[in-house]
Design a protein around this ligand. Structure first.
Ligand code: URA
Length: 209
């Protein structure tokens, strides 16, 4: 099974170009992150299982299909992942939302969890972890490990932009996790920014730059 999905739909590429542009302001940036999350959600949920149901249309009985099986939860990684939440809930309004806050320990450079609140039934749900940027992969890998600690079996990772280093790290640490990205950029720079990237996604979503 293909585990890394680069969703290069023309609409995604167009919207990503606007995000990359340094002149894009906070309002547009925030809205487009949300729209991209919606478009990516469409693809990331492509394999959800269906069950046949019978409904009475105004004309006749019809056998039709509805979602079956496990319910979904989304888990944004604070803070930039919050920008993707509404975009997913547009398509899956009944999804529950957990949150993980991570910071990088300045000495060990390892991600440390400072906040974590999950739906009580998260073990029974499929989970999509949200973070617009997959840079070194350290935070994403830690977030996946934390979600696995709750007993979640099926986890997907959704990022708007990824560096090859981040994809390699998550693939190595969590080969069972499917990764959905809109683009894979060239590399990381010495400050851990994706190049060419789009800058600091959190700052641009929340206008804190
Ligand atoms: N996080 C960001 O917001 N931007 C990057 O380029 C890398 C990590």
């Amino acid at each position: 099974m293909e585990m890394v999905h680069v969703l290069d739909h023309p609409l995604l590429q167009h919207k990503l170009s606007i995000l990359r542009d340094e002149t894009t302001g906070v309002k547009d940036f925030r809205e487009i992150v949300c729209e991209i999350a919606t478009l990516m959600c469409y693809d990331a949920t492509r394999n959800l299982p269906l069950q046949a149901v019978e409904v009475q249309t105004p004309v006749a009985k019809a056998v039709t299909y509805q979602l079956a099986g496990k319910k979904l939860a989304i888990v944004p990684v604070l803070r930039a992942g919050l920008g993707m939440v509404e975009g997913i809930l547009t398509l899956i309004p009944s999804a529950k939302v957990g949150h993980i806050g991570l910071f990088r320990d300045p000495d060990t450079l390892e991600p440390v969890k400072y906040y974590c609140k999950m739906p009580t039934d998260i073990a029974d749900r499929d989970v999509i972890i949200l973070d617009p940027m997959l840079a070194t992969g350290g935070s994403a890998s830690a977030a996946i490990s934390f979600v696995k600690e709750y007993g979640v079996k099926n986890i997907k990772l959704m990022n708007i932009l990824a560096a090859p280093e981040g994809i390699a790290r998550v693939r190595k640490d969590h080969p069972d996790v499917e990764i959905y990205v809109a683009a894979v950029d060239d590399q990381l720079n010495d400050h851990g920014y994706i190049v060419p990237g789009l800058g600091d996604a959190g700052d641009r979503i929340f206008g804190t730059k």
